[in-house]
Design a binder for this molecule. Structure first.
Ligand code: THG
Length: 784
């Protein structure tokens, strides 16, 4: 029923719940979900008013009702959830029995690894626990206001593996058009389409006008139904309360272009009311506007997407023990930092994707693969290519991979395809198909072409589009099978006629002959000219990389030779990839926590601690801060780098006689009373500490009296207050008032999602900080 209407008829969701409850008396610090039990009539009334306004969907009041958030609370999450669904059902049965109930899931409220401590499996379990309760009683699950695509992935798997409910996902974006964890709209689309959700889009973040550039990207990239729930404009703070000033008419007016551009599901977020939904309903229940969406082969990490067809895509081959004694030993002895360093070098050298192979006799490949994938994705931005001949290793790597991976590989054998294609479909990967079968590698191009056709056809029966299949025509060595080298080149050009992209392990060609690099680059040029899209090569081979740069110019990929000129005109300035060990600077820059201790101790043998801090750690962190500002790295890496420098900092501190002299200013931070969202505050803590500040963290939900007490006890040089929720900024004001009444003599700085510089002034704060790096800049200005 729902599936029949999706993407055909414009469907209408309800509007805000939080602001409705506030109007009914919900106070800052109260848990909105308790109202399900304490005031069921109020909830039934709100749902009913949205239904009367014309909403097709009502959303259960369960945004924060997850087991992790309601661990030690007045009511357990089960009661809260069951009652929420019951309230929604009562309203639906009274007002519109045909309406749908959407089970609402918000973020779990803690950061996942590597930003925080929450694991993928913990998220999975908490969502599973919720789904088990309601799977037979609701029509759809809405994952909304999501900020971490990895958390979304864990949640989706928990829903799909424990129910058959449709899944809608909307994420929240920051001013830089990325989510908090660094996911851009295209990457979101690519990962979520792969994971087979039913609708996707954006909610909260901004008003209907400001949301346009992000929404338009989503509409451009996805063929799935697009959902949007904007706020009622941008927030304005009045008397300590967040207000949204847009009228219902202005709102629906501003939403019209979105419906015109093909949005299939619309509703409201913060500040919207039944009146807003009623105004919107006039424009719904008409056919969804058709869009043209171009199909493309795309792989993603959690923060970037590589699209095929715009340039040759370089796959780095070096995370592979074949022919590498050192790497073999490292893998056997579980010294994975060497792999991570190898990964970083390849990324810096310009690889777009990295092949990861950990196959060695005598190691547990499945376990190792899962672990290595996790480590690599914590520090790298490039997508990964999972290379294994074991289905279980591929499955585990795909499951825990934060993104849409390349999967290396299947071949023309039916049993292999039957084993691997379900994994590709379930987790949403792009799969490499080797043109070999039960009879081995055919000598003739025509036969390899036939196997390619078979693979593409069979993939389709699993619902895998040919855009998600890349064909490997297989390189044989010129020394042993000279005649077959050209068959591979010929096969590439034939396979391209099937409308798929192609991959080759280039360096196979040169085994057993002298001057391998010469053969490699000559063959590479021949293969690219025949249509090779994804060469698997050693990206540290500069000549090979330059050959690709040159090809991109000659093939008219690199318009105006921009990249070529950039790389070739100033060759001396290209990155120093050859150096054997990483400097402490690089270790901090790349967040290599495991390397930090050793490197710092080594440095301390020849250099005093203070100069290491001033000449290496601080400059490295400044570089990290710059990279973060410029969107070169994202929150996960920022935190990794901060924690790495903290390790180094602590080792240096141990060497100082009087510790306090070398700590910079003492700073008290707290998330204000009523607010249990401490993600932002925790980030500020880690980053400040990494810069050597002495941070006293009072935690979350901190009463104003506690802040005052802490001030008297610790005599800090600054106090930082954080509030995320619209309902709790008022207690930020109360806290500042109390502190100022007591004539504290240090500055107070404030931050949080709904705060603005203007409002910070209004509530008497001394400084507004936008994020963690901004806080560091302010502290450095004040105390250096
Ligand atoms: N097709 C697909 N996947 C593949 C291959 C392919 N994966 C594995 C391989 N072939 C591509 N990867 C490598 C990895 C290492 C080397 C070659 C190809 C290699 N190693 C050097 C050696 O053996 O002499 C070691 C040299 C060094 O230190 O770099 O050459 O065809 N789909």
């Amino acid at each position: 029923m729902l599936q029949d209407k999706l993407n055909k008829e414009i469907l209408l969701f309800d509007g805000a719940m939080g602001t409705q409850l506030q109007n009914a008396g919900l106070k800052g610090g109260e848990v909105p979900e308790y109202y399900n039990i304490d005031h069921p009539d109020l909830l039934i009334d709100i749902h009913s008013r949205y239904l009367k306004a014309g909403a097709d969907f009502i959303t259960t009041n369960t945004f924060g009702a997850n087991p992790l958030k309601l661990e030690q609370s007045k009511y357990n999450y089960q009661e809260v959830i069951l009652k929420a669904v019951e309230n929604a059902k009562i309203a639906r049965d009274r007002v519109n029995p045909d309406a749908y109930i959407a089970f609402d899931i918000g973020p779990v409220g803690q950061l996942m690894e590597p930003m925080g401590t929450l694991t993928f499996d913990q998220v999975y379990q908490s969502i599973k626990d919720m789904i088990d309760l309601i799977k037979d009683d609701v029509d759809v699950v809405l994952l909304e206001t999501m900020t971490d695509i990895y958390e979304v992935k864990a949640s989706i798997l928990a829903i799909q593996e424990n129910s058959s409910l449709p899944i809608f996902v909307t994420m929240t974006f920051e001013a830089n058009q990325r989510t908090l964890s660094g996911c851009d709209p295209l990457t979101m689309v690519n990962i979520l389409e792969g994971l087979n959700v039913d609708a996707l889009g954006i909610n909260c973040s901004l008003g209907p006008k400001e949301i346009t550039p992000i929404l338009d990207q989503i509409l451009k990239y996805t063929h799935l139904p697009v959902m949007v729930q904007p706020n009622a404009g941008l927030p304005v703070l009045v008397d300590g309360k967040t207000c949204y000033h847009m009228s219902s008419d202005e709102f629906s007016e501003a939403c019209l272009p979105h419906l015109d551009h093909g949005v299939a599901i619309i509703g409201g977020c913060c500040g919207t009311t039944p009146e807003f939904i009623e105004k919107l309903s006039i424009h719904c229940h008409q056919p969804v506007k058709k869009r043209t969406v171009q199909k493309a082969t795309r792989v993603s990490s959690g923060s970037q997407t590589v699209e095929f067809g715009h340039h040759v895509v370089v796959c780095g081959e070096r995370l592979n023990p074949t022919g590498k004694k050192k790497l073999k030993a490292a893998l056997k002895e579980q010294r994975y930092d060497e792999l991570v360093v190898e990964g970083i070098k390849q990324e810096q050298a310009g690889a777009h994707v990295l092949d990861v192979n950990v196959g060695l006799p005598g190691i547990d490949e499945t376990k190792t693969m899962k672990h290595v994938i996790k480590l690599l994705q914590e520090v790298l931005n490039v997508p990964l290519q999972i290379d294994s001949s074991h289905a279980s290793a591929i499955e585990q790597a795909c499951r825990y991979y934060n993104g849409k991976p390349l999967i290396n590989s299947v071949n023309g054998k039916d049993e292999i395809m039957e084993e691997i294609f379900p994994i590709v479909k379930k987790y949403g990967g792009v799969v490499i198909g080797l043109t070999l079968d039960e009879n081995g590698i055919p000598l003739k191009a025509e036969e390899r072409y036939e196997i390619a056709k078979k693979i593409i056809k069979k993939a389709a029966t699993y619902g895998i589009d040919k855009k998600d299949v890349i064909i490997d025509c297989l390189v044989l060595t010129a020394s042993a099978q000279q005649k077959e080298v050209m068959e591979t080149v010929k096969a590439v050009s034939m396979v391209k006629q099937l409308g798929v992209h192609t991959v080759l392990g280039v360096s196979n060609v040169s085994f057993g002959l002298p001057n391998r690099p010469l053969l490699n680059k000559t063959f590479l040029a021949m293969a690219m000219s025949a249509g090779l899209d994804l060469p698997i090569i050693n990206p540290l081979d500069k000549e090979l990389m330059s050959t690709i740069d040159a090809f991109n110019v000659l093939y008219n990929y690199d318009h105006d030779a921009t990249v070529y000129i950039d790389h070739q005109a100033n060759q001396e300035t290209t990155v120093k990839t050859e150096q054997k060990t990483m400097s402490l600077f690089d270790i901090v820059l790349h967040g290599l926590k495991d390397e930090a201790t050793k490197a710092t101790k080594q440095m301390l043998e020849n250099q005093d601690g203070l100069s290491i801090i001033n000449e290496i750690l601080i400059p490295a962190l400044d570089q990290v801060g710059k990279d973060y500002e410029q969107n070169k790295i994202f929150l996960p890496q920022l935190i990794q780098a901060a924690e790495t420098s903290k390790i180094a900092f602590e080792i240096i501190q141990q060497g100082f006689q009087t510790q306090d002299q070398n700590k910079k200013a003492k700073i008290i931070i707290a998330t204000v009373h009523g607010d249990i969202h401490d993600i932002g505050k925790n980030i500020v803590k880690v980053v400040l500490e990494s810069y050597g500040y002495d941070v006293i963290d009072l935690g979350k939900d901190v009463p104003k009296e506690t802040v005052l007490e802490a001030y008297k006890q610790h005599h800090p040089q600054a106090i930082g207050l954080s509030a995320l929720m619209t309902t709790t900024v008022i207690s930020m004001k109360d806290t500042i008032t109390l502190l100022k009444e007591n004539h504290i003599d240090c500055p107070i700085f404030v931050g949080g999602a709904v705060l603005t510089p203007d409002y910070a002034k209004e509530i008497n704060a001394d400084y507004y900080v936008k994020d963690a790096m901004d806080t560091v800049e302010l502290m450095n200005k004040l105390f250096d």
